[in-house]
Design a protein around this ligand. Sequence first.
Ligand code: CP3
Length: 355
Amino acid sequence: MVTPPSMTLSPRARFLKACHTENTGRPPVWLMRQAGRFLPEYRALREKQDFMTLLKTEELITEVSLQPWRRLRMDAVIVFADILLLPHVMGMDLKFLEGQGPKFSKLIAAEKDLNELKPFKAEKDIPFLLKALHNIRKETGDEAALIGFAGSPWTVASYILASFDKLKMNEPALLKKALERLTEETIAYLSAQIGAGVDAIQIFDSWGGVLSPEDYKIWSAPYIREIVAALKPGGVPIIVYVKESLPHLEAMLATGADVLSVGWETPLEDVRKKVSGKVAIQGNFNPHILMQATPAEIGRRTQEMLETMRGCPGYIANLGHGILPKTPVENVAAFVKTVKAPSPWRGEGWGEGES
Ligand code: CP3
């Protein structure tokens, strides 16, 4: 019997094909925030190490990035880092307080504060991250695509600027300067990750959805577009994620990204109608359902999602936002297994039942 080509496709190749709108057989699958608290082995490590130490230690980054993949064999591994690592290595003192999230000891309140931030230098600022990327690739080979990431300038700005809400209205010049600076440094930060061998980049514009469509085109999309344009020669596909993405699909498309990653409030059939064929689509299972439903129900709903996207030339199965920390591991397993399982139910359009 002749082996269909889809059966020999490595997870890495499957993921890259999806990014290039060339899905073959089933879509690839991974989950935003897969490296983290839903895993008991992550929680065990966190009991011994604080979050900032995890973020800055080569061996720990390697270990935490690989934990979900070793257990559940997603098609992609996202490197363990944080969107706030970049401003931190540029000189902003950062702490993660239990139950409260990130806290900078001093926020950017004036142009002077912005000018005091050190220019980002990859070799000096993130050697641990770059070495971890090499280590991860060594272990996964072609058995997983490796994803690097950064926050969008708008989303990172929302964490580092004082009186952020008022700034847009009252001090647009300072906000603009901050966004320009973040854009420049993010390009260097992501270029270093590409240099270390990542297969794809995701730009998390998690807070893009708070903007009106008009404001999104002023305050977020142009900076992402600049990053995408600067990274394009690297030849690595770029995924842009916005949580409440429906009002912004046109602008997201105009950034030049290869993949649009959408939140669960955005119906996949609408996204498909608007952008399919132009770019690939990633998303958008509801993480609350992933946390609360039974594995059987998750399987059923995941199949429903796959059915909506059946035959789409570029589709990556994922969540609409990060995994919630209390999500049972067996629920995540049910999600991954359903996407990977051969299923006659899916019928034509995904190819044969490859795993
Ligand atoms: O996806 C992955 O598995 C890779 C790791 C990753 C983390 N943060 C690790 C993390 C990624 C991709 C991020 C992105 C990130 N970080 C975003 C954008 C994506 C999104 O979820 O909207 C944002 C807004 C941040 C900033 C951030 N980091 C916040 C607001 C918090 C506190 C809230 C929370 O989720 O705990 C973090 C902490 C953080 N980043 C944790 C992890 C595993 C939890 C830290 C812990 O162990 O206590």
